[in-house]
Design a protein around this ligand. Structure first.
Ligand code: CO8
Length: 381
């Protein structure tokens, strides 16, 4: 439920945001080429079994379908090497020694430095670091504690996983921590390293995800000094269990002798079901959250929505506004970044917030696996 209370003596503000993307891009055409080459190879090798109905053929993909169905043209990937090799079809991410920075800490650090610079503070000014994303590359020590150490922060850190809503749910935690007085400055970091979990042999999902890292600084209002500050008026979180989006690979998998290419182990979803079930949930959630602040969708200048699929975003904003939203109102970053799990709405916020005027309202909202929906209603100071 909403935590909002306008009379609360302590305000929490977003005072800095950082976005980092890897150098490597992967286009739809490149992904389709490798999948279709794999399909030819597999279907030829298994022709007799396919003919006898014992084996399903591998279905081919199509770049035009991808763009039309999702709005995605390209994505960034942390390591491109290996993905386009038909005999591998997964990235090659070298193992690092324990005394080297882990991959996700490195991604997170790149975004964190930008967020700290935007807020005009140092790592040593932070009280807490939360790393929140869809997967962490190990169970412990927490990536957040590694990042805390790299940033020279003396407080505490922890990791949390809530798939697509990881970023908003962690911002929710930061807001609560600041308002309760347990922290004054919190860094929330989202190193979304999705590519290791993508099934690049599956045409239904091979195009969906990209890698990126985002970070935000959330500070007590009276401490914030940055040029662009957004008071968090309230946060709202909702979860409803669903099997329509799943990723089953985990630490127990080795005891079950799971093949790392088993489609059930990797990201998979019932895309249509997700679309149908999540869009109305997200629209109702946002409307309810705005109502709790005596606001309506017409009062909102900017919508920084989760970036899973352009058709989903268009449908949700149409339900909210009663008309199609224009690109300025509800920016789309899917064409360049694809679905970056929890980072999507924060990428949009990072790229499209500086033009807002003092007093303008905005909504950050995520929706996805779980199901999970997280929102923040914010106002520019
Ligand atoms: N090329 C050509 N044809 C294709 C392809 C392709 N690549 N893919 C599917 N088709 C075919 C299908 O087989 C189908 O054929 P037929 O009609 O003969 O059965 C036809 O095209 C239509 O397929 P769909 O009905 O599946 O196509 P849609 O128009 O529904 O589009 C989408 C598919 C884009 C997946 C759409 O359903 C969608 O976007 N749904 C929303 C769900 C969504 O975005 N989920 C993302 C959630 S992710 C999340 O929450 C984060 C999890 C954590 C991160 C994980 C990181 C790995």
């Amino acid at each position: 439920m909403s935590q909002h209370n306008t009379e609360h003596p302590i305000s929490a503000v977003i005072s800095g945001v950082g976005l980092w993307n890897p150098e490597n891009t992967l286009t739809n055409v490149e992904l389709v080429q490798v999948l279709n080459a794999y399909a030819d190879q597999f279907n030829e090798t298994h022709a007799a079994d396919i003919e006898a109905g014992k084996v399903e053929p591998v279905a081919k993909s199509d770049p035009d379908f991808i763009e039309k169905a999702s709005g995605i043209r390209q994505r960034y990937v942390y390591r491109k090497d290996g993905i386009l090799d038909v005999d591998r079809m997964r990235p090659r991410i070298p193992k690092r020694r324990d005394d080297e920075l882990s991959h996700q800490a490195e991604m997170g650090l790149n975004a964190a430095r930008k967020a700290l610079a935007a807020a005009g503070i140092e790592g040593s000014d932070l009280d807490a670091v939360i790393v929140s994303c869809s997967y962490t590359e190990r169970a412990y020590p927490a990536i957040a504690i590694e990042l805390q150490s790299a940033l020279g922060c003396e407080g505490f850190g922890f990791d949390m996983l809530v798939a697509c809503s990881a970023a908003t749910f962690a911002q929710h935690r930061a807001y609560d921590m600041i308002r309760s007085g347990s922290a004054q400055r919190v860094l929330v970091v989202n190193p979304e390293l999705t590519s290791p979990q993508v099934n690049y042999r599956d045409r239904d999902s091979h195009f969906i995800f990209g890698d990126v890292a985002t970070a935000v600084v959330i500070e007590r209002g009276d401490l914030a000094q940055s040029a662009h500050q957004y008071e968090i008026l309230g946060t709202r979180a909702k979860t409803v269990f669903s099997n329509a989006i799943r990723s089953n690979f985990g630490y127990v998998s080795r005891t079950q002798d799971v093949d790392p290419f088993d489609p059930d182990a990797l990201f998979h979803q019932e895309g249509r079901t997700v679309f149908k079930e999540v869009c109305p949930m997200a629209a109702a959630h946002i409307t309810g959250h705005l109502e709790a602040h005596d606001l309506t969708p017409a009062d909102v200048t900017r919508w920084w929505l989760h970036q899973a699929n352009i058709n989903m975003n268009q449908l949700i904003t149409k339900k909210l506004l009663g008309r199609p939203a224009d690109g300025d109102e509800a920016p789309i970053v899917l064409d360049r970044y694809a679905n970056t799990a929890s980072a999507g709405s924060i990428i949009a916020f990072s790229l499209y917030h500086e033009d807002l005027q003092s007093g303008d309202y905005g909504v950050i909202c995520s929706f996805g696996a779980g199901y999970s929906i997280g929102s923040l209603v914010i106002r520019k100071r």
